[in-house]
Write a protein that binds this ligand. Structure first.
Ligand SMILES: [Zn+2]
Length: 304
């Protein structure tokens, strides 16, 4: 496959609005046997992905940077990889340096936020059944939406229906062999609680606030936790109570969000990366999900 064939292919099968990039690539690769995954990925100097690396896999950075999809890098990452949400959780400098390492550096298995690997590995793919049926009618195939793949999104933004969650043994990656992983069939529809609704509300707020404003707001929250009356000094009674209650709450939250892999996930997470100390230290990167969960805990559950 050469660059011309690639353009012909991506022009004929274009990425749909908000379509989740890994699912789109899988859709391209499943189109015909003439597309060899190795050749496809080598066109933008990437190997075939073997694991899901997190929010921004290196193959996706390379593809976005290559300009081969005729979409700007920011657009691709923000609208097709959920960047509109998670980029508010990192400052621009750190983000750029991460992307540069992916594009030009040696290591490939880096992630932007601590604990992204287990949280990505056990995250379900999610779809709305009504969207699926309407899209099959309209396009002949269903679209995986990038927004729906965020861990803290549970309902369809168009229909309001509860999304079907498809948990799988191995994370769905566009390696040319995992087309089945991207079929919109089956899945589990959780019974949503106020907890789910609140997390989704917070997620929508981050996305609609704009990157810079949301980033500043999130940093304010983190420093407010530090100054607030319940968090005094390390080792005090207040501090111990907070740490114990937070650890218990986090375990419960993750069990709700990852019902099928809850024990595996809990034992793989280094809780230090979700500790109170990590959450309130603006110098440290903390996984977006942990920060949103901590906020939820702080507002509704913590008993001082
Ligand atoms: Zn829908």
């Amino acid at each position: 496959m050469n660059s011309n064939t690639f353009s012909l292919l991506t022009n004929a099968i274009d990425i749909k609005e908000g379509e989740y990039l890994p699912a789109y690539i899988s859709r391209l690769l499943s189109y015909g046997t003439f597309i060899k995954p190795r050749e496809f990925f080598s066109l933008f100097e990437s190997g075939i992905p073997h694991t899901s690396e997190g929010y921004l896999p290196s193959w996706a950075s390379k593809l976005a940077n290559s300009g081969k999809l005729d979409i700007s890098m920011d657009d691709l990452i923000d609208n097709h990889l959920g960047g509109k949400f998670w980029r508010s959780f990192v400052n621009n400098e750190d983000y750029q340096s991460f992307v540069n390492k992916q594009l030009y550096g040696e290591g490939t298995n880096r992630v932007l936020f601590p604990e992204e690997k287990p949280l990505t590995k056990y995250a379900p793919l999610k779809y709305c059944q009504r969207c699926r049926d309407e899209e099959i009618e309209q396009f002949g195939f269903p679209i995986w939406k990038s927004r729906n793949q965020l861990t803290s999104v549970f309902t369809c933004s168009i229909h309001g229906d509860v999304l079907h969650q498809k948990f799988q043994r191995s994370p769905p990656i566009p390696d040319g062999k995992s087309a089945d992983a991207f079929l919109q069939v089956d899945g589990y529809q959780p019974k949503l609680t106020t907890f789910h609704r609140w997390l989704e509300f917070e997620t929508n707020m981050v996305m609609s606030g704009g990157r810079q404003a949301s980033h500043e707001l999130l940093n304010t929250y983190r420093s407010v936790f530090l100054e607030s009356s319940f968090y005094k000094k390390k080792g005090t009674e207040n501090d111990c109570r907070l740490r114990i209650q937070w650890s218990q709450a986090l375990e419960c939250y993750l069990r709700v969000l990852f019902p099928l892999n809850r024990d595996e996930l809990w034992y793989r997470i280094k809780t230090g990366n979700a500790s109170v100390t990590a959450i309130i230290d603006c110098e440290k990167r903390v996984h977006p999900l942990f920060l949103l969960l901590f906020k939820t805990f702080y507002m509704f559950q913590y008993k001082a």
